[in-house]
Design a protein around this ligand. Structure first.
Ligand SMILES: *[C@@H]1O[C@H](CO)[C@@H](O)[C@H](O)[C@H]1NC(C)=O
Length: 113
């Protein structure tokens, strides 16, 4: 009986110790899932560009912009590609173009590796 009470007191003490040692307002930190590991950007005077990023988890993003004349106007049209690591270890590739007719993604379904 006494021993049981002692055990309960110990648990209460332990609980109070944990509660007391917990910070009142712990800072909320949002850890990014991944970060940029490297990136390259190059732009020409005519605004054509190439942009590449590689992330710490191996995912990649690349896009280039090219000058195009549409109805007498100079516009930049883009072509790009990015990869997504799937939970099952496969990789999905999304290639796309964006031009005067809109955004056109092409999803290339999981490849192994
Ligand atoms: C997707 O884009 C990448 C990078 O430009 C290219 O190597 C690959 O051939 C493209 N895949 C398809 C199916 O167009």
């Amino acid at each position: 009986m006494t021993r049981n009470l002692f055990a309960k007191m110990s648990l209460l003490y332990l609980f109070l110790t944990i509660v007391r040692s917990a910070p009142l307002n712990p800072p909320v930190q949002v850890q990014p899932k991944y970060q940029v590991a490297s990136e390259k950007f190059h732009q020409e005077p005519n605004l054509e560009y190439t942009f590449e990023q590689e992330f710490t988890n191996g995912e990649k993003f690349a896009e280039d912009g090219k000058l195009k004349t549409v109805n007498g106007m100079n516009v930049i049209v883009t072509k790009g590609s990015y990869t997504i690591n799937n939970p099952d270890g496969t990789e999905t590739i999304v290639n796309y173009t964006a031009d005067e007719e809109g955004f056109h993604p092409e999803i290339i379904t999981p490849t192994s590796g």
